[in-house]
Ligand binder design. Structure first.
Ligand code: NOJ
Ligand code: CA
Length: 565
């Protein structure tokens, strides 16, 4: 999927300290007044795969509600649920046919309200996924739009005449394969779809579309939602003149298409007006807007914060996920760049479109150690982390072995080069029982064999597990003021094996040292220049030896230590 998405831008102590979800912008107890989303740890749930309460093999909202205590105990402050609205499920919910309801697969609005109530009791906020660029082709708006050239909703989508018989309006390609234009014989025009043909793009130049979509956000805020993850924001607008995109490589991608630069159908300037509008409404509800922002560099990412921070609070830094190897130099560069941006960084290491971090970084021999190391990295940086379900237990990517088993349509179309995204969407591994405790029925995707060793129940009993490491780390993150508020200071910048940095807060701070190599490393930490003499371990992942400012780390070892004078 990585190639596809690239083409698209191609203690609980603190948890309890959140004021009830009021409209205040600051938290009591902090030395610095902070917006809640700067301190919160977010956790992405793919609802189909999290917990099934009724045995149909598909996860649901009641399943999520039943796991809230688990999430609370883990140290999660907000859950982002990928689309759970009525949908034909062509793109597993990213094809919405009703923005103001819950798909019966996942439950009812009453189940949703209960989830909000139960989450609130535990100070966990709910973030929904707002599919802003397109609807399902079964949405009543589109059904009306396609019915005639003069229908009330005709201009809610992007309809154009072809260039000639059988020729689409221009050369734009769908990121999911083939032309981005589909001919509709009913009215003899083409409609535009950046994703599947069943996901027609909305025409955001039409004020009626904007009004209706803005209203959707208010409707959910009033129901108790604390924000949205905005899907595919890069794709909201297209060049109205339909200028052809430059072809980068005439050769073929996984779908047999040329590789195109999405110059005229992504990242058009008008998107910022829409984001400013959505932000104004979000501000009324003290809500957060998270962006699915695939950018070529940090300068491009920076634009999504808006001038004077009036657009997205949390545009995701996917450039971080593109550092696809344990390279201190590359991580250093990426972290420094995003820290220099005008807004607050947002870190992810995997999600439902990206292969899981466990095997992306794992070397096959030290995968558990490396999972802890990656956790220590993105959960101690200055910024907001968004975890992906299962990461905390070391779930691995398990792509289907045969084309006929693939559920994600892009995997069937692109096989074998593109196997789709099933591999990173497998059911959550709760325990050692059948189907890993995810369902009593037949799971919609097979449960990976790794569930026998990597599951919540087993790892909860093992103090050296990945899960227990995550819990300790999150507790530290919520209670240590340097990790909450401190600035990021790079040290030992020439070390090719160990990534080290400080989080400095006033006169104190924390050092993080991450051995990204498979051999033990001795590091003389450069602390003197910052006014410190030594370190005291707060959390480590194995036998670490500290002698004043010299630290010995085992292969892939982690040290998070308090700086002492
Ligand atoms: C991005 C979502 O994360 C992905 O899963 C989906 O297929 C596309 N947007 C289209 O909505
Ligand atoms: Ca179910």
């Amino acid at each position: 999927m990585k190639q596809i998405v690239l083409a698209m831008c191609l203690a609980g102590v603190c948890i309890g300290a959140f004021p009830a979800f009021g409209r205040t912008n600051s938290r009591s107890g902090d030395t610095v007044a902070h917006d809640w989303w700067k301190h919160a740890v977010f956790y992405e749930i793919y609802p189909r795969s999290f917990a099934d309460s009724n045995g149909d093999g598909i996860g649901d909202l009641t399943g999520i509600t039943a796991k809230l205590d688990y999430l609370k105990n883990l140290g999660v402050d907000a859950i982002w649920i990928t689309p759970c609205f009525p949908s034909p499920q062509v793109d597993f919910g990213y094809d919405v046919s009703d923005y103001k309801n819950i798909d019966p697969l996942y439950g009812t609005l009453a189940d949703f309200d209960k989830l909000v109530r139960e989450a609130k009791k535990r100070n966990i906020r709910i973030i929904l996924d707002f599919v802003v660029n397109h609807t399902s082709d079964q949405h009543p708006w589109f059904l009306d739009s396609r019915s005639s050239r003069t229908s009330a909703h005709r201009d809610w989508y992007i309809w154009r005449d072809g260039k000639g018989p059988g020729e689409p309006p221009n050369n734009w390609l769908s990121t999911f394969g083939g032309s981005a234009w589909k001919f509709d014989p009913a009215t003899h025009q083409y409609y535009y779809h950046f994703f599947y043909p069943q996901q027609p793009d909305l025409n955001w130049r039409n004020p009626a579309v904007e009004k209706a979509m803005f209203e959707v956000t208010r409707w959910w805020y009033r129901r108790g939602v604390s924000g949205f993850r905005l899907d595919a924001v890069d794709t909201l607008f297209e060049d109205p003149r339909l200028t052809d995109n430059p072809i980068l490589r005439p050769g073929s991608n996984a779908f047999g298409d040329p590789v195109e630069e999405n110059k005229y159908n992504t990242k058009q300037p008008e998107v910022h007006e829409v984001l400013r509008g959505l932000r104004k409404i979000a501000n009324e509800y003290n809500a957060v807007l998270i962006g699915e922002t695939w950018t070529a560099d940090v300068a491009e990412l920076d634009k999504y914060y808006g001038e004077g921070s009036n657009e997205l609070q949390l545009p995701m830094d996917f450039l971080f996920t593109m550092v696809n190897k344990l390279s201190p130099a590359q991580f250093r560069k990426q972290i420094a760049e995003v820290n220099a941006a005008s807004g607050w960084p947002t870190f992810v290491i995997s999600n439902h479109d990206i292969a899981r971090s466990y095997d992306r970084y794992g070397d096959g021999a030290h995968n558990d150690e490396i999972a802890k190391l990656m956790a220590a990295l993105y959960l101690t940086l200055r910024g907001t982390p968004i975890m992906y379900y299962g990461e905390e237990i070391g779930m691995e990517t398990t792509p289907p072995a045969r084309r006929e088993d693939v559920k994600d349509p892009i995997g069937r179309r692109g096989w074998p080069k593109e196997k789709g995204r099933d591999g990173e969407r497998t059911p959550m591994q709760w325990n050692e029982s059948e189907n890993a405790g995810f369902t009593t029925g037949t799971p919609w995707l097979p449960v990976p064999e790794s569930y026998k060793t990597h599951n919540v129940a087993a790892e909860s009993k093992d103090p050296s597990s990945i899960l227990e490491f995550y819990k300790k780390l999150l507790r530290l993150r919520h209670t240590n003021s340097a990790l909450l508020n401190g600035k990021y200071v790079a040290i030992n910048e020439n070390d090719a094996n160990v990534l080290s940095y400080l989080r400095m807060n006033g006169s104190g701070g924390v050092v993080v040292a991450l051995n990204m190599s498979s051999t033990a490393q001795n590091v003389a930490l450069e602390l003197k220049a910052q006014g410190f003499a030594s370190v005291k371990s707060l959390l480590d992942s194995g036998p670490v030896t500290i002698k004043k400012s010299s630290v010995s780390l085992p292969p892939f070892g982690v040290l998070i230590g308090e700086l002492t004078k």
